[in-house]
Ligand binder design. Structure first.
Ligand SMILES: Cc1ncc(COP(=O)(O)O)c(C=O)c1O
Length: 382
């Protein structure tokens, strides 16, 4: 494999323990958790229980039953948004959002007359937490916030924004797809009512994993109903958490891998992981800034962003840059709109998009040198 710099899409590689946990669970455990009383089924249930407990501790959730396993961040966001918003509610959000927030919201605008209000952002994605106060009315039920943009990396002041929400009794949903596993998240301290995230990005789990935390006292209408392995005599969906939101067989090997990913993060320390990301992004931003043919988007301070760094080479289509990096240099980045169209309207790159480099914990300084050298060579040709 060449140099993988697309960790905002999904992290690669995973720690060795993640691969081991997935294979062990598939080969040696095998059975369906919560669906039988036999030994392998109980072993599978134990894996799920331990993963739930670990993740609850990681995010400081009040109890592990409030952690729901989903198949990705998109399903977690859909469950939260469609499970909480009712006819005529108002919702506040930002132009930084991914389509996994925008599309469910705009579909509810049609089907449930939900009114969507956008917080103003500066061109680098920065938000003034107090600017939201003027958007709140008696009908405002929810604020959905991207913790960090998957295009320009800007980290939102979630704690400050959510404390304003709390004063006005507005529920809060944090999309931490780009931050969980790199930036500390404490649901109690940050006033997070619902937290949606991917398991396969910085949490280092396999694809097909995601997490939704729902605070005690909040009851979401389930999107999917069916077998839970509990209360089987009833033909109605159980209301108990997490079963009410976890119908059907869960991804046991994936969740075992996710548990191993979170254990790896806890062992290595969130601060070390974040420091590594900052160090590589500092190098990347400084070196790219030296090239006058490059336009960099978003904050230039690596402490203010998570992994993704977006840029364009003047007079060159971003897809061509991505193609050359892949074909000639074996360097893998993402190009285009990155499923977040409104951010591009904010930074002036709609509809073409940007080239996005997103480092991960296993990238090295040599990887940064190699990608910068390649970009400089490509820019010389225009
Ligand atoms: C900010 C953000 N939210 C949501 C998602 C959706 O994640 P998933 O692919 O796990 O559904 C992504 C994916 O890139 C993202 O960056």
């Amino acid at each position: 494999m060449g140099i993988y710099l697309d960790n905002s899409a999904t992290s690669h590689p995973k720690p060795a323990e993640v691969y081991d946990a997935v294979i062990h669970t598939l080969k040696e455990v095998g059975a369906n958790p919560g669906r039988g009383g036999h030994k392998p089924s109980l072993r599978a249930s134990r894996i799920i229980f331990e993963a739930r407990e670990l993740i609850a501790t990681f995010f400081n959730a009040e109890r592990s039953s409030r952690i729901v396993f989903t198949s990705n961040a998109t399903s977690a966001l859909n469950m939260a948004i469609k499970g909480i918003l009712n006819e005529g509610d108002e919702v506040i959000t930002t132009p930084l959002e991914h389509n996994s927030v925008l599309r469910p919201l705009f579909s509810l605008k049609k089907s449930r007359s939900v009114e969507i209000k956008f917080i103003d952002c500066a061109p680098d994605g920065t938000i003034d937490p107090y600017s939201i106060e003027k958007l709140i009315t008696k009908k405002t039920r929810l604020l959905v916030l991207n913790h960090s943009s998957n295009v320009i990396g800007t980290i939102s002041p979630a704690k400050e924004i959510f404390s304003v929400c709390k004063r006005h009794n507005v529920l809060t949903l944090l999309d931490s797809a780009q931050t969980a596993g790199v930036i500390p998240i404490d649901v109690m301290d940050m006033n997070i009512d619902m937290l949606a995230t991917a398991g396969h990005k910085s949490l280092l789990g396999p694809q097909g994993t995601g997490i939704l935390y729902v605070k005690e006292g909040i009851n979401l209408k389930p999107l999917i109903e069916g077998g839970t392995g509990t209360q089987s005599s009833s033909i109605e969906q159980p209301v108990d958490m997490p079963e009410s939101l976890e119908s059907g067989t869960v991804n046991t090997p994936g969740i075992a891998g996710l548990k191993a990913g979170v254990e790896f993060i806890m062992r290595n320390g969130l601060k070390n992981i974040r420091d590594h990301e900052i160090r590589l992004n500092k190098m990347l931003i400084e070196k790219l800034s030296d090239n006058k043919k490059i336009i960099l988007y978003g904050p230039k301070n690596p402490e203010k962003i998570s992994s993704p760094v977006s840029f364009n080479i003047k007079n060159l289509d971003c897809s061509e840059v991505g193609f050359i990096l892949d074909e000639i240099y074996d360097i893998y980045v993402r190009v285009g709109l990155h499923c977040a169209p409104l951010v591009h309207k904010l930074i002036g790159t709609f509809p073409q998009g940007t080239v996005r480099i997103s480092v991960g914990y296993f990238n090295t300084e040599e990887d940064i040198d190699a990608v910068v050298k390649a970009i400089n060579e490509i820019s010389c040709k225009v």
